[in-house]
Design a protein around this ligand. Structure first.
Ligand code: GLN
Length: 541
């Protein structure tokens, strides 16, 4: 029997609904249940693929090639359950489906309305593509009170009625702020937020109260009284030191116990050893390494969420703390500015788009190569490293990427054709921007005796992609003669996937995004190995 847990948020955004959902998912999983997590976003974009990372943070890519909200990254990192396209739905997608049906005449001449047609479509998406899950956790993006989220709240209200209260539960995340001048915690914002929900016909079953300190019993009683629930259903979500402490913190507050009680489940206590191990290492690291991340969206850290987490996981694998120094690559376009990288233990150039700052990334790759500092280039970071090697090792001074316009030596160029399973995918310059990159999981074959084959301990791997350009294989021989090795390719040998410099302590560029598959309890081998190299580097400098 599949049960639905709906997670809404109130008062302000950024309270960490996604993490809360992920942590609850992990706790239910630790009690032996099968879970699936889904995100419903109220914006009108069909998916976040075309949204700026400045506005929306990173675009998380699933194996099946969907460009999704970054919360799906949290879900995967906490539960290991592989997210699918069906787990990320926006208003834009809901409306496009409704309009498609209307055009096909499927509404039989009826007037198409938000209720019931849009709400029915939302309910369809909530229940689509499920198997034998015990729990489906559905996070509703935005904040209660937003105009855009109304159809979603109405849909989950209806669904709760339809499946019955023993199969549905509403969790509401709110803020309990401390007002220094009054020296008090304030429960009023929570009361208002719940009132808003009640006005929409939803009585929350659990209130998750974000607070920077303990909530005294009196305040808890007050919240319970005014919000119409039992006191033990008012759960404190206190700020914690690392996000990986959240599952244990919730468990200590009785969150998962209350959820089980609501559904009348007499489940065994959760196995939390996995989380104890992770937080143990994070709390007591045996050393520290400094990694320079040279990117573009460095003042909005959500833009590199999975990357930052994967680096932390690399630290867990090596029992060290990974300190990230964020550099806006544009600064390295000034004379000697790249010398600021002096003393870092590793340099990472992440994925990116567009010309701005690209020369700074090329300068960072050059610094790493020439100074024997571990270098990890991801997607754009690989492409920039190849351009750098082409210019300075292979004598191709006009090397560049056609992403920035025509150039003398298009070492990186537009991908016009590739295969996905038995199908050939084709693109040209004039195509749509949304959803048309080479997206999702593709296999790659690793060259025998290469460093990556050793790191992965495998011959064939599968990794997630999101790119429109690729390293131009016409230059392969020339680049290999200059010291670069193409150590991973698509199985048909036509697309470059990995480059490495054998004659360097650790220099690897990958066309895919390994950060998307790293988990705290299963750090990605490339991140584990990169941090290991950084530890070795830290002993030298
Ligand atoms: N802009 C590059 C491309 O489209 C790299 C993309 C990325 O880093 N995700 O190929």
């Amino acid at each position: 029997m599949t049960r639905f847990i709906f997670i809404t948020g109130g008062v302000v955004s950024s309270l960490g609904k996604g993490l809360s959902a992920a942590a609850l998912g992990a706790l239910l999983q630790a009690r032996g249940f099968k879970v699936r997590l889904r995100k419903f976003d109220p914006y009108l974009n069909v998916d976040p693929g075309t949204m700026s990372p400045y506005q929306h943070g990173e675009v998380y890519v699933t194996d099946d090639g969907a460009e999704t909200d970054l919360d799906l990254g949290h879900y995967e990192r906490y539960t290991g359950v592989v997210a699918r396209k069906s787990d990320s739905v926006s208003t834009g997608r809901v409306y496009s489906m409704v309009i498609q049906r209307e055009r096909r005449g499927e509404y039989l001449g009826g007037t198409v309305q938000v209720i019931p047609h849009v709400t029915d479509m939302i309910k369809e998406f909530i229940q689509a593509d499920l198997g034998d899950e015990d729990f489906v956790l559905v996070e509703i993006g935005g904040t209660v009170g937003d105009i855009e989220s109304l159809p979603f709240l109405e849909a989950i209200r209806q669904l709760g009625n339809e499946v019955g209260r023993n199969r549905a539960m509403y969790v509401h995340l709110t803020l309990v702020p401390y007002i220094p001048s009054a020296g008090e915690l304030k429960t009023k914002p929570t009361q208002h937020s719940v009132k808003e929900l009640l006005g929409l016909g939803i009585q929350p079953d659990i209130l998750l109260c974000r607070c920077d300190r303990e909530i005294p019993i009196g305040a808890r009683k007050k919240i319970a009284l005014f919000c119409n629930l039992r006191e033990e259903r008012v759960i404190l979500a206190q700020d914690v030191k690392t996000i990986y402490e959240v599952p244990q913190a919730y468990h200590a507050e009785g969150f998962d116990k209350q959820v089980c009680e609501h559904f009348g489940l007499n489940a065994s206590p959760p196995q939390l050893k996995r989380w104890d191990d992770i937080t143990g290492v994070i709390r007591r690291p045996e050393g520290e390494v400094h990694i320079a991340v040279v990117g573009k969206y460095t003042h909005l850290l959500d833009a590199y969420k999975s990357l930052a987490e994967a680096l932390t996981h690399g630290g867990i694998a090596n029992k060290v703390k990974v300190k990230l120094d964020w550099f806006d690559s544009e600064i390295f376009e000034q004379d000697d500015a790249v010398q600021q990288l002096e003393g870092v233990h590793g340099i990472l150039v992440p994925g990116g788009f567009g010309e701005r700052g690209s020369e700074g990334k090329i300068a960072a790759a050059r610094f790493a190569r020439e100074r024997n500092v571990p270098y990890f280039g991801i997607c754009f970071g690989m492409q920039m490293a190849v351009i750098e090697a082409a210019r300075h090792l292979a004598d191709l001074s006009g090397a560049g990427s056609t992403e920035f316009g025509p150039c003398a030596d298009p070492v990186v160029g537009l991908m016009t054709e590739w295969t996905r399973g038995n199908d050939v995918e084709r693109r040209n310059e004039a195509g749509d921007l949304g959803g048309t990159m080479r997206l999702g999981a593709y296999p790659a074959v690793l060259a025998d005796g290469s460093r990556v084959a050793e790191i992965y301990g495998a011959h064939e791997i599968s990794e997630r992609h999101r790119h429109r350009y690729e390293v131009n294989f016409h230059y392969r021989e020339r680049l290999e003669a200059a010291g670069l090795r193409f150590s991973g390719t698509s199985p048909d040998g036509l697309l470059p996937e990995i480059v490495e410099i054998p004659n360097h302590p650790w220099f690897i560029g990958v066309q895919y995004h390994p950060e998307l598959k790293s988990k705290p309890f299963d750090p990605h081998p490339l991140f584990a190995s990169f941090i290991k190299a950084a530890v070795a580097q830290s002993r030298l400098v």
